[in-house]
Ligand binder design. Structure first.
Ligand SMILES: O=C(O)COP(=O)(O)O
Ligand SMILES: [Mg+2]
Length: 243
């Protein structure tokens, strides 16, 4: 059986390319939520730092870096955690989130992940609920406890309003001794809008929600990893034109 592999991207090894801030779900994945295998070819070749910025808990992006063979440079929990090389910073009012979750449960709410709850088990600063959880109740509790309600299209999150992927990217950039404006960001949902505002150039993939589309400098015609590769191809072409 010969199956055509989807077109990938050749990253010129000596090109002067910018650092990247890449969302994971909806951006490095396929429509059925799996990591697009082209991630494992393109990211290790990128000659500048790559920061994976996700709403998922800490171990997920670390594992992705590990298995892609790239340095551990991650923003997790929508900005609650930043881990770049040897520096780890945890922020956000986890107690307030815990009180909000207790109130949600007292009123009959269920986060929806089952007993093992691997979505929250290693989460330190915020909470995620499955999209079948009671959205109205979550929004009411978020209001009551002064938390931000996020709907990423993959989960609902209750997050400290002082926490964002964009603020976390600023910290990651400082550790990497880069200006945040040097970064090119790609993402797909409302939790990426703050990254888009901090990065110098930003792309929303075609499957992006309205908030991400509005915040991005460019909205791509291609979705998911096809969109990310189109953004990276544009970045490479721009660098080529400069030399
Ligand atoms: O955890 C989510 O809800 C979405 O994750 P993402 O930020 O990588 O898209
Ligand atoms: Mg996403």
């Amino acid at each position: 059986m010969t199956e055509q592999s989807p077109p990938c991207l050749d990253v010129p090894p000596d090109a002067d390319l910018p650092p990247l801030a890449l969302d994971i779900d909806g951006t490095l994945t396929t429509p059925d939520h799996t990591v697009d295998p082209r991630v494992f070819r393109v990211l290790p070749d990128w000659p500048a730092p790559v920061v994976l910025a996700t709403g998922k808990s800490f171990p997920y992006p670390v594992a992705l870096c590990h298995f892609a063979g790239i340095p551990e440079r991650v923003v997790a929990e929508n900005g609650g955690i930043v881990c770049v090389d040897e520096t780890v910073r945890v922020t956000g009012d986890a107690d307030r989130v815990a009180r909000a979750v207790a109130a949600f449960r007292e009123r009959g709410g269920d986060l929806g992940w089952g007993d093992a709850d691997t979505a929250n088990r290693w989460r330190e600063t915020e909470v995620a609920a499955r999209l079948n959880a009671d959205e109205d109740l979550l929004r009411a509790v978020a209001d009551e406890f002064d938390l931000t309600f996020l709907d990423t299209g993959y989960a609902y999150h209750l997050t400290d309003p002082d926490v964002s992927k964009g603020a976390a990217l600023e910290e990651a950039a400082a550790v990497l001794d880069r200006d945040p404006g040097e970064f090119v960001a790609v993402g797909d949902s409302m939790n990426d809008a703050s990254t888009f505002r901090v990065a110098g150039d930003s792309y929303a993939v075609a499957n992006a929600d309205a908030t991400a589309r509005e915040a991005a400098d460019t909205v791509l015609d291609e979705g998911y990893m096809d969109g990310t590769l189109a953004a990276l191809a544009a970045v490479i072409e721009r660098a080529d034109r400069r030399v």
